[in-house]
Design a protein around this ligand. Sequence first.
Ligand code: DGJ
Length: 697
Amino acid sequence: MLIYADVGLSPAILYWGDQLLDEPSAEALDDLRRRDYGDGSASVEVPITLMCESGTGFTGPPGLEVHRDGQSWALTLQVTAVSHDETSISIDCLDDQYGISTQHVINLDRVSDVARLTTSIRNEGNGKLALNALSAATLPFDSMLNEIIHFSGRWAGEFQADRAPLRQGGFISENRRGRTSHDRFPGVVLCEQSATERLGHCMGIHLGWSGNHTIRVETLADGRRMLQAGELLLPGEVHLAPNETYSTPSLYIAYSSAGLNRLSNQFHRYYHDHFVSDRVRSKPRPVHYNSWEGIYFDHSPATIMKLANEAAKIGVERFVLDDGWFLGRRNDEAGLGDWTVDPSIYPEGLKPVVDHVQSLGMEFGLWVEPEMVNIDSDLYREHSDWILGGPPDAQVPFRNQFVLDMARKEVADNIFKQLDDLLTEYDIAYLKWDMNRDLNRADSADGFPSAHRQTRAVYSLIDRLRAKHPSVEIESCCSGGARIDYGILERTDRVWTSDSIDALDRQIIQRGASVFFPLSILGSHVGQSVCRITHRTLPVTLQAATALFGHMGVESDLLKLSDAERAEIAEAIALHKKHRKLIHQGEFVRIDGPPNQNIIGVVDADKSNALYSVVQTMSNRDNLPGVLRFPELDPIKNYVLRIVWPTAQSSPHACTTGAVGWDDDAHVSGDVLMKIGLQLPLLHPEMCLIYELRANE
Ligand code: DGJ
């Protein structure tokens, strides 16, 4: 990257791309980048500065919008100080006339090559300053990046990658749901038209924020391209008093000239190095059992203990008690807000259950939804004025629940105390922190919108709990995957990727999520054989193959499964554990495959071990599928190749003919496997194969 930041002038990003061997001189750059006068435009082209502030005369979208009662809006920010070292730069700017300063901080992580950008604004004047919008940065980008991949979707269908050409005008993603959302993931990839998983230039950007956001990608009439990303602020949401500061969420940027896989691995590396706590790093990610889809609200200590027995037998390492354990919670109409154990279901509290789970060698985890309240709850009966958005009948109904105004100290303190008491009383290793509705009207009792304050308040509540209970791990669940972003991941350890555990849907969802997030945090479970969401019946073999390539878990009613089904899940868990380090820490590979197959893999750092998964999602168009060339192997190493899933016992869903694998004494070079590849056998929809490649020393 090249950044222009001379004292007295406006700062700007001049170049973002592959690392340069040497910085060009300012004169050379001027010559190289000099642009002609375009007919019908300003005699001097207005540059794209870091903030594109209105006082520069820029007619594209500004990166900063402020005013004082409608005045002081046309800012010009000039650099007052710059400090930098090898990996970071901090640029201070001031608009002296209007009394506004900004600070831009860019940190480059040399290992992953991911940069993190933030901007802060400070009111240096006397009166109140209204802040309408502030982007973390304005990033001009090369016009060879002429396509955009964005991630849309819906509940139970997150991370659907949509690719479209960039044309003159704008692409805008605005999220106003008050949570990260299922349908507007705060991240995009800009890429060459020809870019594939393995080839081509691409740039990924992600805003680490769990509230409202705007991402704007513009192609100006003069041909220049730029991107802005920041929090979407509701009218009047941020007013800065004199000397007050607002900081944007962090914007993460990665650039790859070797396709999308490289980009993803940069983000994954960054995640591993910056977000994984020592506590999580110190042990393998445990295999989960989660009670939700198996039993929903049908709780009793006896059922839970029986489920725990079966879970332990198949190799589960952490047992998570989902929704339905707390006061009055017999269905989704009551109980939220009262985080004490329901004595009518658990007369002796949770201790017998926790003890039982632990006696079987598993950790105990518990579901909570701390930001919410039901009208039918003691909390609401005592504090009906604690909800956001005005009285319930003025609000949009959403799963029978309302959002607590977490920015109010007394509310946050109450919820903190309830959770703290739970974590103090019971030996809880894990919280599944859920959040099941949008903030349709985030108006607080003080009359100001509160989506921003709510997001910050949730972050601080989690931070407070973490500080008091540092050994407790937390999962970010949000009706499935509506709160997956680096903002929440700075303080949580795993995500519930989607409420759909339909394995075929999950193949697509997990592939989309893997663009930004590593497999190690993507909760992925084997569910009921008839998926609760799609009503599709899918074989355990396929479900297991899908869950195996994530943070694996099981969610079916183990008491109703056949012995053969339990045995098959146990085998899959054993296989996952055997390869868990590779799956969670290896280099991740997506193959550009035909639309009727999803092929992914993982390869370890020294290219001695790899696993590749082939899932047939639809029928083949041709009689037979194509050849799989295994990328990322070592050309001079010799590999043994084996099919490790399905196993012989689970063969009904194995391929019909010609499945290939060979003995330890037969081997083929990485070069041949990468260039000639392996003819895949005939697979019908819902069939899958997992290949293991092991280098023969
Ligand atoms: C939504 C979550 O995504 C599910 O996994 C489950 O925890 C339910 N909420 C419980 O209400």
